[in-house]
Design a binder for this molecule. Structure first.
Ligand code: UD1
Ligand code: CA
Length: 453
């Protein structure tokens, strides 16, 4: 099947009261339009046209390398007019699928059923609503065949009572849309060219219309305001939490986790409250995450434990590591198995070897640290001279005493020892002891100053 997808995204979204075009607002950390494009791509080799208008430049910029085509609808004259902008790009024999940039959670399986139903005539996606206010109503005959979609503003009292509404999402053969859309009239309550009018048109030509019902209202819900965005965000987070638990993850409170991207977990992972996962995060088997952690684009090996209030960004953490509480791993951090990073330790662009420990109050940046190294409390790599960044290298089994300043570029050899409080500016050979601090002098009989009268 040749599938031409048209995504409508020209509307202003005035109720968002935002300088950002509505479709660029995120749900679950991903711009709504990106979600829709991603779902469309799951249908196979599809051609995608996005109809833009308000905020067109910002939308184009945000999606410049997404492989979609943009067409501009200068004036928003209605959904039928919007889809018509894509007609020149319809391929012969294609089935056209109409999606919306502000209906972000639609599932590809549902779209697949809709497409299968649209090989000869239009297929529309409907949903039952307890409160259908604002939506186009699906009018069926006694035999249940779809006759028309009537917009709320054009509906009489009987029609308004119908609870089956139009989600807006539909599929239809390109040939039919190319013929019908240019002939739409705008003689209706809103003076718009309604896409929905193709349904009555199809019926008048005795081309059958199929109605496919969406099972889940969230899937077809649109976002028009910040409140709806927040509601949808909560609903998505709740669904993600349930999916994680079904996959064998313990969530201490499924209402207090936020996944803004993709979180993959091995079995028996446990996640305490108020953790945020952004981008692509992978947690190995048995990983334990304490409360209030932020993890962004990172991978944690099996059995690693992250204590409370730890932040991890663009980092690889090996198996059985211990992090935090209050640790911060910045981009480019790589910890080998069994490494320990304790409280108030910041690590950036550094490799830390297996079993090495940096337990308290340190900054380690631009460094390569071997295995079984002990970095004492308060140790700082002085990696920046105000202009350039330089490397600190520490060999296997080295012991760095507390409160050491390592002035990079500098090397400390395997098995070397650095005395506490040292400022190391020259290479320390392996197995050597380096002490670089003022010697202690004890003055006996010392008299403290006395207050002048
Ligand atoms: C539309 C449907 C209605 C359905 C409802 C579901 C029509 C005529 N009505 O009504 O049956 O129940 O969606 O939400 O289709 N857009 C453009 N260009 C335009 C007009 C709209 O890109 O010229 C985009 C908007 O950005 C929006 C979407 O199309 O994302 C829907 O447009 P809107 O005017 O809100 O349609 P509704 O009145 O809600
Ligand atoms: Ca609307």
């Amino acid at each position: 099947m040749t599938i031409d997808v048209v995504i409508l995204a020209a509307g202003k979204g005035s109720r968002m009261r935002s300088d950002l075009p509505k479709v660029l607002h995120p749900i679950g950390g991903v711009p709504m339009l990106a979600r829709v494009i991603g779902t469309a791509r799951q249908l196979g080799e599809v051609d995608i046209t996005v109809v833009i208008g308000h905020g067109a430049e910002q939308v184009r910029e945000g999606f410049s390398d997404s492989g979609v085509r943009f067409v501009e609808q200068a004036q928003q004259l209605g959904t039928g007019h919007a889809v018509a902008q894509a007609i020149p790009h319809f391929r012969s024999g294609a089935t056209v699928l109409v999606l919306y940039g502000d209906v972000p959670l639609v599932k590809s399986g549902t779209l697949q059923s809709l497409l299968s139903a649209a090989d000869r005539g239009p297929a529309l996606l409907s949903v039952e609503m307890a409160n259908p206010a604002g939506y186009g109503r699906i009018v069926r005959d006694d035999a249940g065949r779809v006759l028309a979609i009537v917009e709320e503003k054009d509906a009489d009292a009987d029609t308004l009572a119908i609870r089956e509404v139009n989600t807006g999402i539909l599929a239809a053969p390109a040939e039919l849309l190319s013929r019908w859309l240019p002939e739409l009239s705008c003689d209706n309550a809103q003076g718009e060219y309604y896409l929905t009018d193709i349904i009555a048109r199809s019926v008048s030509e005795e081309i059958p219309v199929t109605g496919v019902r969406a099972s889940d209202a969230l899937e077809v819900a649109g976002v028009n305001s910040r409140a709806q965005q927040a509601q949808m965000e909560r609903a998505l987070q709740q669904a993600s939490a349930v999916a994680l638990m079904n996959a064998g993850v313990t969530l201490l409170d499924p209402a207090r986790i936020d996944i803004r991207g993709d979180l993959q977990c091995g079995t028996d992972v446990s996640i305490d409250i108020n953790c945020v996962f952004e981008g692509s995060v992978t947690l190995g088997k048995g990983v334990q995450i304490g409360p209030n952690c932020l993890l962004r684009n990172c991978r944690l090996g099996d059995a690693t434990r992250v204590e409370a209030n730890t932040i991890i960004e663009d980092a690889h953490v090996g198996e059985a590591c211990t992090l935090g509480p209050f640790a911060r791993l910045r981009p480019g951090t790589q910890l080998a198995a069994g490494a320990k990073v304790g409280n108030f330790v910041e690590i950036k662009k550094a490799r830390v070897g297996a079993g090495s420990k940096i337990n308290h109050l340190s900054y380690v940046g631009d460094a390569v640290i071997g295995e079984a190294v002990n970095v004492g409390a308060g140790t700082i790599t002085c990696n920046y001279d105000g202009v350039n960044k330089s490397l600190t290298e520490i060999g296997d089994g080295a012991f760095i005493g507390s409160n050491t300043a390592l002035v990079a570029p500098v090397k400390v050899g395997d098995g070397a020892t650095v005395g506490a409080g040292s400022t190391i500016t020259r290479e320390v050979g392996s197995e050597e002891l380096a002490v670089a601090r003022g010697r202690q002098r004890n003055v006996s009989g010392w008299q403290r100053p006395v207050k002048k009268t």
